[in-house]
Design a protein around this ligand. Structure first.
Ligand code: ADP
Length: 233
């Protein structure tokens, strides 16, 4: 699903964010990407979303080589994944329902599909009864679940949660992790990016630790030798 082959990312000004990173995350995996501030976690996410491109090496998502992907294909790439951003990125003037519906409207999905799908995903995250509320009328944990609902609207194969505990209290963060586990149990790949060692360790899942741009450890590395098909694009 996600393959980094000898990926190096240097920013202008000589910041070496990632250095010769090799990793493989398989479909259906649940993985923590752990690291201190500056370790390269955001860069890792940006490369997967093609918000940034590798300086050298290859990033593959679902067999698609992002270094040669045409710009016009990038929106389709991003629709394959759902991202729950640390600051949730909800539109403050829109209700929970509208926030989720909007993510579908921008991709020209028919209104009757939206009317079915939005209540369904809000139900999945336990927000059916908060659909009409504005973001600032619900708790931080609920805002995060609304962001998760929005990330799920396009039935992504991959969910990336960026610092899921950053803006909510510890009890709610456990609830969020349980939701992510449930999502993973139906075969969706989950990548949780965090600086919290205790959070990553609590769940007994694979932990890839980044340190100063290198993979310092990987508790359950997927084998690199089984060739991943590179899809035509
Ligand atoms: P993390 O998310 O783990 O805090 P980042 O991926 O944001 O790490 O950053 C890794 C390194 O790259 C840091 O040294 C950071 O200062 C640098 N960096 C990140 N983004 C940029 C940028 N746009 N321009 C220059 N340097 C950057």
């Amino acid at each position: 699903m996600i393959v980094f082959e000898d990926v190096t990312k240097d920013y202008k000004g000589g910041n070496h964010a990632l250095k010769h990173v090799n990793l493989r995350i398989r479909k259906g995996d649940f993985v923590f990407v752990l690291g201190h501030s500056g370790a390269g976690k955001s860069t890792f996410i940006k490369l997967i979303l093609r918000e940034e491109q590798a300086t050298s090496g290859r990033v593959l998502v679902d067999g698609l080589d992002l270094s040669v992907m045409k710009k016009r294909k990038v929106p389709y790439l991003r629709r394959r994944m759902g991202v729950v951003f640390q600051d949730f990125r909800l539109i403050p003037t829109m209700s929970v329902y509208e926030n989720v519906a909007f993510a579908m409207r921008v991709t020209n999905i028919a209104e009757d599909k939206i009317k079915k799908r939005v209540p369904y995903v809000l139900g999945l995250v336990g927000l059916a009864d908060k659909a009409d509320r504005l973001p600032d009328e619900i708790s931080g944990g609920e805002q995060q679940r609304a962001a998760l609902a929005r990330a799920l609207v396009h039935s992504p194969q991959l969910i990336i949660a960026d610092e899921p505990t950053g803006n909510i209290d510890p009890k709610l963060s456990v609830e969020m992790m349980e939701l992510l586990k449930a999502i993973n149990s139906v075969g969706i790949t989950v990548v949780v990016v965090t600086h919290e060692v205790a959070l990553a360790k609590r769940f007994g899942k694979r932990i890839i630790t980044l340190d100063h741009g290198v993979v310092a450890s990987d508790t359950a590395p997927a084998p690199m030798e089984d060739d991943e098909e590179v899809a035509a694009q």
